[in-house]
Design a protein around this ligand. Structure first.
Ligand code: PGA
Length: 253
């Protein structure tokens, strides 16, 4: 059975003081909740080191929100896999729709980053999702298929066990309007089927597919109860201990 994976994407929130407050609010509670669920937080780069330090003896893992496709060099403002590993990151979110929309990230670039992460022992959480316009035009399946094929291009089945896919419909992110459990399940099932075609059924059965987009305590249980939804990538609701903890405890175990 797939292990549920709940990950908090802090986006561009929390300075150092606020980081310590949030981590301290989570870490004592999280061990008593749903021990069968993997929990990670992805603070901004500036908070990674302090978060990792505070979480030294905790089961909560750490991830970053982005990573350069390059090892090092004259890339002002970029952060490499080596830097992320040196502060204790295990995961990295790649291809979030905000990076695609506002920073021009393409499937090719996200693929390059995913391969770089995997080659260097970081586990990518690769995001895919359609816009409202695409959903209304009825092309969700085509969009998701193109994104999945693009971001996983050249990644072998032995590496896929270290990849998490996050299905995040763009129209549901930060809008308060989540996909219904059935809408999400339909896409998740389609993604798993596609992975089965691209790889094989045992790889498809074991890959973790998170749902993201306005996950909150009120809707988490119904979303996470779906057969092919294996966890959540949580934005707004991960910024307060109570709501993030409530989502963790809603995960099926
Ligand atoms: P949200 O964000 O939960 O605030 O909708 C999710 C995400 O962007 O990962």
């Amino acid at each position: 059975m797939r292990k549920q994976f709940i990950c908090g994407n802090w986006k561009m929130f929390k300075d150092l003081v606020e980081t310590a407050e949030l981590i301290n609010g989570l870490k004592t509670e999280v061990s008593s909740l749903n021990p069968k669920v993997t929990v990670a937080v992805c603070p901004p780069f500036t908070s990674l080191a302090i978060a990792a330090n505070l979480l030294k003896d905790s089961t909560i893992r750490i991830g970053a929100q982005n990573m350069s496709p390059h090892d090092e060099g004259a890339c002002t403002g970029e952060i490499s896999w080596r830097m992320l590993k040196s502060v204790g990151c295990e995961y990295v979110i790649l291809g979030h729709s905000e990076r695609r929309q506002f920073f021009g990230e393409t499937n090719e670039l996200i693929n390059e980053k995913a391969k770089k992460a995997l080659a260097n022992g970081l586990k990518p959480i690769v995001c895919v999702g359609e816009t409202l316009d695409q959903r209304e035009k009825g092309v969700t399946t085509q969009i998701i298929t193109t994104q999945i094929k693009g971001v996983l291009d050249g990644i072998g089945s032995s590496d896929l066990g270290n990849v998490t896919i996050a299905y995040e419909p763009v129209w549901a992110i930060g809008t308060g309007k989540n996909a219904t459990p059935l809408q999400a399940q339909e896409v998740h099932q389609g993604i798993r089927k596609l992975i089965g075609q691209l790889y094989n059924w045992s790889v498809a059965e074991s890959i973790v597919i998170q749902y993201g987009g306005s996950v909150k305590p009120e809707n988490a249980k119904d979303l996470l109860a779906q057969d092919d939804i294996d966890g959540a990538l949580v934005g707004g609701a991960c910024l307060k201990p109570d709501s993030f903890l409530a989502i963790i405890s809603a995960a099926k175990s």
